[in-house]
Design a protein around this ligand. Sequence first.
Ligand code: APR
Length: 320
Amino acid sequence: MARKKIALIGSGQIGGTLAHLAGLKELGDIVMFDIADGIPQGKALDIAESSPVDGFDAKLSGTTGYEAIEGADVCIVTAGVPRKPGMSRDDLLGINLKVMQQVGAGIAKYAPNAFVICITNPLDAMVWALQKFSGLPRNKVCGMAGVLDSARFRYFIAEELDVSVEDVTAFVLGGHGDTMVPLTRYSSVGGISLDDVVSMGWMSQEKLDQIVQRTRDGGAEIVGLLKTGSAFYAPAASAIMMAESYLKDKKRVLPCAAALKGEYGLDDMYVGVPTIIGENGVEKVIEIDLDIAEREEFDKSVNSVKGLMEACKGIDASLA
Ligand code: APR
């Protein structure tokens, strides 16, 4: 059986880590794409040269031409620019929207059957625009945010309780940003919901509230430490989990930015919800019950995503 092909559109910090992880996990052959000539070629060769040491078989190549992604089974998109000091939200939106337009055209032409995972920020608006620009089916285009946000939440809980990260599950819904909604009721330690963890006296409500806030600020915390960039190890690991679930038809239940068609009373937008990812891409959006307070927080998050979408429509009329 031929190896699967994974195209990484954007070969910066996250792109490089994606290539390394995809190689180590033998998910398939890897094509790294970027507009910065030399970067994708250099990183691909460097990782390929590590393969005899780590013992994995994968062909790695770097390119500045979209034709090299032809027939890719998975495309993971990190192309774009980060927000720099002095840049307004709309400046950033304008630049990254143009990038999504180019990437969408490249994928539509050379990899129309791929499962596409977008990571570029602002995530929910960018994945929505990428789906429109590419014209790929909505179930084949999704955004990575929920796995990362949930992983941060899980890590903080495990660290606080001094238990294995493997035994902590968590769900974070909504847009990727400071309005995200970590759902304590649907998060658990060894099957015990976090609300029960508090009522048992294992953790104080105050501590849990602090962890929820730290999760919301998780991206900013890393930027504050790194100063010259944003998180890349955990975002890459999260997208690889989604790609693996698709390639191996694992049907994992993962939160991701998915296209909604009436679920949660929303239409024609992307926002973070629980999904099942298998061989057909996003195979199902799971509609969980939200209580009044959770729904209010979710609605607030949805409104902030809608605000970004409106701004995108103002910049590019073809999205309206
Ligand atoms: N086509 C292809 N690649 C592009 C384009 C384009 N039009 N424009 C920029 N790039 C490339 C850059 O050359 C760079 O190598 O995208 C890469 C982005 O890499 P980094 O700046 O290192 O950013 P990274 O940390 O990988 O994050 C990528 O994910 O989490 C989000 O906010 C983050 O939007 C950012 C994205």
